[in-house]
Design a protein around this ligand. Structure first.
Ligand SMILES: *[C@@H]1O[C@H](CO)[C@@H](O)[C@H](O)[C@H]1NC(C)=O
Ligand SMILES: *[C@@H]1O[C@H](CO)[C@@H](O)[C@H](O)[C@H]1NC(C)=O
Ligand SMILES: *[C@@H]1O[C@H](CO)[C@@H](O)[C@H](O)[C@H]1NC(C)=O
Ligand SMILES: *[C@@H]1O[C@H](CO)[C@@H](O)[C@H](O)[C@H]1NC(C)=O
Ligand SMILES: *[C@@H]1O[C@H](CO)[C@@H](O)[C@H](O)[C@H]1NC(C)=O
Ligand SMILES: *[C@@H]1O[C@H](CO)[C@@H](O)[C@H](O)[C@H]1NC(C)=O
Ligand SMILES: *[C@@H]1O[C@H](CO)[C@@H](O)[C@H](O)[C@H]1NC(C)=O
Length: 398
């Protein structure tokens, strides 16, 4: 506070009113690219039960490197691939090798995550995602930044939370460029009900800018996704390569207020970003088939002319030449906003001198997720109808 305490009330009030328009400064807290990229992540071999929830095997770091599924290419880009050399014909339990990465550091409220890629996995049966999740699901929430399947061309953003009264008001239509896909009356409900499996897709907003996913994403040079999580809410942007704001990738303190309307906006008025989410693990992976890409009606939307069903594609390695991430960098910036400031009014947003909420937590301990719990997460998210029968059927296979 730069003012002496002898200043009159009027001046103080004026200063306070200026606070809300003052630019929030973001400072770099994690810069993951090239070989350093892998310092920021651990490879989780047990993230998912591939026999039941997708035709994949997640490898350790050393195994993935040996199989050439994770490396830095000659241009310094991080490549994360699905095996496209092994022929699985004749093996009914065949799954493709790939990787499931979880950040070693936790991301806290008051963070801006920027992800720059030239290629996102795609193809019939392919299900990539860049998302963040709390250490306890769904109590600590999940934020889906990139997630689509098969030959879809429009990215989907979503939230999943355990608390009630977390929704995306349909009134955000005038504050975001994306389209709210599902709505219950005047809201789109983000709350998961584990006991019934309802609200499985979360509160989805679909990207309307073209080339946000699929072959056209890479053919036009890739692009940038950004996610801002602060006490005002959660905002997500997509910028195609030719339309990336000039301060992204160049400035050490990018300013989201200059980027224009977000593609997806989840304001605090619909969902409390402080209480619905705990510190987040940044997660990056590719699944094959499973409950989303492999769901028959979803699969047939874009791939009915390619194959009768998802699993029939898995054995043929030539179906996976495009199932890879090519990443320029992932950066996390923080505005120093502390969680404790989140109970104050939004007028103070971003200006608290919060005690370094930049990621100092570690995800190596304290996780209460089990492989089953995580697998169930994905089931609840994507199994649309009829959820209960298929869900129980899959559980019984465990
Ligand atoms: C891997 O993922 C599973 C399921 O989400 C989780 O229980 C486990 O803690 C994770 N392992 C590590 C090392 O983070
Ligand atoms: C790994 O991929 C690189 C680049 O495509 C290639 O040069 C190299 O021979 C591959 N190594 C193996 C073991 O496949
Ligand atoms: C939408 O933007 C208008 C104009 O900036 C603002 O008054 C309103 O509060 C915003 N609504 C939401 C839900 O963010
Ligand atoms: C949102 O969904 C949850 C879980 O199904 C439910 O408990 C809650 O009542 C719903 N909220 C509204 C406003 O419909
Ligand atoms: C913020 O604090 C609330 C209440 O203590 C807690 O439930 C939530 O997990 C915290 N969120 C973060 C991001 O630390
Ligand atoms: C998928 O299609 C193949 C080829 O037609 C067929 O043999 C197989 O039974 C189908 N699998 C399922 C689960 O329907
Ligand atoms: C696997 O896919 C890569 C592109 O990701 C391609 O360069 C390579 O030739 C493919 N491997 C085989 C064996 O087709």
């Amino acid at each position: 506070m730069p003012f002496g305490k002898n200043l009159g009330f009027a001046l103080f009030a004026l200063a306070s009113s200026l606070v809300s328009t003052e630019a929030v400064t973001y400072t770099l807290s994690q810069d993951l690219s090239g070989d350093k990229f892998f310092d920021g992540f651990k490879f989780n071999e047990s993230a998912i039960d591939f026999n039941n929830f997708g035709n994949v095997h997640f490898l350790s770091q050393s195994a993935a490197q040996a199989a050439n599924l994770s490396y830095v290419d000659s241009n310094g880009r991080v490549i994360l691939r699905v095996d496209n050399t092994t022929n699985g014909a004749g093996d009914t339990t065949f799954g493709r090798n790939t990787v499931y990465l979880e950040s070693t550091q936790l991301m806290n409220i008051g963070s801006l995550m920027i992800f720059d890629a030239n290629h996102i996995p795609f193809g019939c049966s392919v299900w990539p995602s860049l998302f963040t999740q709390g250490q306890v699901w769904p109590q600590q929430g999940e934020i889906d930044v990139i997630e689509q399947v098969n030959l879809a061309t429009d990215n989907r953003y979503s939230l999943h939370v355990g608390v009630d009264n977390c929704n995306q008001p349909t009134s955000v239509a005038s504050n975001q460029t994306g389209t709210i896909s599902t709505a219950e009356g005047d809201i789109s409900n983000c709350t998961v009900t584990p006991t019934t499996g309802q609200n499985t897709v979360g509160c989805v907003t679909t990207e309307t800018k073209s080339n946000s996913f699929g072959s056209s994403f890479s053919s036009q040079g890739g692009g940038v996704y950004a996610m801002l999580w602060d006490t005002d809410g959660i905002a997500m942007w997509y910028f195609a390569r030719g339309s990336v704001p000039s301060d992204i990738g160049t400035s050490n303190s990018p300013d989201p207020t200059t980027w224009g309307e977000a593609s997806a906006w989840y304001p605090a008025s619909g969902c409390n970003p402080s209480t619905a989410f705990g510190p987040q693990i940044i997660t990056l992976y590719t699944d094959i088939c499973g409950a989303f890409a492999g769901e028959d009606s979803v699969f047939s939307q874009t791939c009915s002319s390619v194959a009768p069903n998802c699993t029939s594609l898995v054995a043929d390695p030539t179906n996976y030449d495009d199932a890879y991430w090519e990443i320029n960098y992932l950066r996390v910036y923080t505005n120093g906003q502390s969680n404790s400031s989140s109970t104050s009014s939004t007028s103070a947003s971003g200006t608290s001198s919060g005690s370094g909420s930049s990621s100092t937590g570690s995800t190596s301990s304290g996780s209460s997720n089990s492989a089953l719990a995580f697998a169930v997460t994905r089931i609840w998210e994507y199994l649309l109808v009829p959820a209960s029968v298929s869900f129980l059927g899959m559980l019984s296979m465990l």
